[in-house]
Design a protein around this ligand. Structure first.
Ligand SMILES: Cc1cc2nc3c(=O)[nH]c(=O)nc-3n(C[C@H](O)[C@H](O)[C@H](O)COP(=O)(O)OP(=O)(O)OC[C@H]3O[C@@H](n4cnc5c(N)ncnc54)[C@H](O)[C@@H]3O)c2cc1C
Length: 382
């Protein structure tokens, strides 16, 4: 079956739906089709995320993207816990990175405080601070939100404006010269299109390959552990990032936590087996060392999801391919794409509707740096 669309979006999770939603908000008059094989989103990173939003980045564009993400999420009325992030430095080298990042964050208007070990101990008496050099605490505009609430709101807005969600998968791309002419679907259909958006998350490199594009994005597994503490620390607790990269935050009556595996290897598209050993080897020891209140813990559950890791610089890849100009990337988010979905959706819809990034120039995160092998790195701890 053949049909036409002005825009075909591959993947209908946070990035795809944020793009569709922003096209609708800009009054895009054309037909927009979102191709999404799994309306349950069971394996989408969007559904499996820790759903944090922070201003603690090293790259000013990331700080700005999260600022819009927060404004947008607040505007939608999505549930948001503004408990902040607390990033801990355990060496002078790490403290120097926090200070450098802090200057960037402050210049962008982010309210982040640097706390010495004494100030950390006074503010968070449950923490052991003897090994710490510095901490960075978000005083406002950071925390975590309802990921599925955001996705539902994006989809509802897009659908209300006439965006069609097709339960199918992109299986091929027909190129005509320097353009994507049509999208071939696993179900046998073919959609001729003016624009194609790659928002396929961990499968982004496979989709790019359909157009002959080598995208240096790999799936990396991240396991999230759900636990309860017998004697939990009180008070509004931030999402805390250890010097080792182990992180934890409150979730409901308990907590969730995770680690960065070492080695951090690429995994298969179907490999969602939680890395159970990380609990014993990395997460629990870090928690118990950081706080006596985390000595008696009960592991209640776990899940694993995939980061779409940009191997060049751990930053997003956004906007048109330099040669195939109607192929738009929304890829490589490397673990911070949920909070960036509104900013990227807005940017791509501006590109499609108005031919330029208007609100925030995301050109530094374009494919050109990938093609040139010129990293523009993110240096925050997670
Ligand atoms: C454990 C974990 C914790 C995280 N924590 C955070 C966090 O705290 N804050 C944050 O900002 N980000 C976080 N992230 C990252 C964030 O979840 C992702 O960057 C973001 O959700 C990516 O959204 P997406 O729409 O690009 O991809 P996904 O949510 O993965 O969606 C991709 C979609 O594409 C579809 N698709 C795949 N193949 C095809 C095809 N052939 N045709 C059509 N559709 C296809 C899939 O079905 C899927 O629905 C975390 C990720 C993980 C795994």
């Amino acid at each position: 079956m053949a049909s036409d669309a002005d825009v075909v979006i591959c993947g209908g999770a946070a990035l795809g739906s944020a793009t569709a939603c922003h096209l609708a908000m800009l009054g895009f008059p054309g037909r927009v089709v979102v191709v999404e094989p799994d309306p349950s989103y069971a394996r989408a990173a969007t559904a499996l995320a820790a759903s944090g939003i922070r201003r603690q980045f090293s790259h000013p564009l990331n700080v700005r993207m999260s600022a819009y993400g927060l404004e947008f999420i607040r505007g939608l009325g999505v549930d948001f816990r503004e408990n902040g992030y607390l990033t801990l430095a355990g060496s002078e080298a790490q403290a120097a990175i926090l200070r450098t990042n802090h200057a960037v964050q402050r210049a962008e208007g982010a309210e982040i405080a640097l706390l010495d070990p004494g100030a950390l101990a006074a503010r968070f008496p449950h923490l052991a601070t003897g090994d710490l050099v510095l901490g960075a605490l978000g005083l406002s505009g950071e925390g975590w939100f309802d990921n599925m609430g955001l996705l539902a709101a994006l989809r509802a807005r897009a659908k209300a404006a006439g965006v069609v969600y097709l339960a199918d998968a992109v299986a091929g791309l027909d190129l005509a010269g320097d353009r994507v002419a049509a999208v071939r679907l696993a179900g046998g259909g073919r959609i001729a299109c003016d624009w194609f958006v790659n928002a396929a998350g961990g499968r982004g490199a496979e989709i790019a390959a359909l157009a002959g594009i080598a995208l240096p994005v790999e799936r990396r597994k991240r396991t999230v552990f759900v636990f309860a503490a017998a004697d939990p620390p009180e008070g509004p607790l931030p999402l805390t990032v250890e010097p080792s990269g182990v992180w934890w935050r409150p979730e409901g009556e308990g907590f969730i936590a995770g680690a960065t595996p070492d080695p951090d290897l690429a995994v298969g598209a179907e490999d969602f087996e939680p890395a159970h050993a990380e609990w014993e080897d990395l997460v629990w020891p870090a928690l118990a060392t950081r706080s006596p209140r985390f000595e008696a813990l009960k592991l209640r559950g776990f899940w694993a999801g995939h980061y779409d890791m940009n191997l060049l610089d751990r930053n997003a890849i956004v906007g048109p391919h330099p040669a195939i100009g109607n192929f738009l990337f929304a890829n490589g988010f490397s673990g911070h794409g949920l909070q960036q979905a509104p900013a990227v959706g807005r940017a791509l819809s501006e590109w499609i509707r108005q031919g330029a990034f208007r609100s925030l120039d995301l050109a530094p995160f374009g494919f050109a740096r990938i093609a040139a092998g010129r990293p523009d790195p993110e240096r925050a701890v997670i």
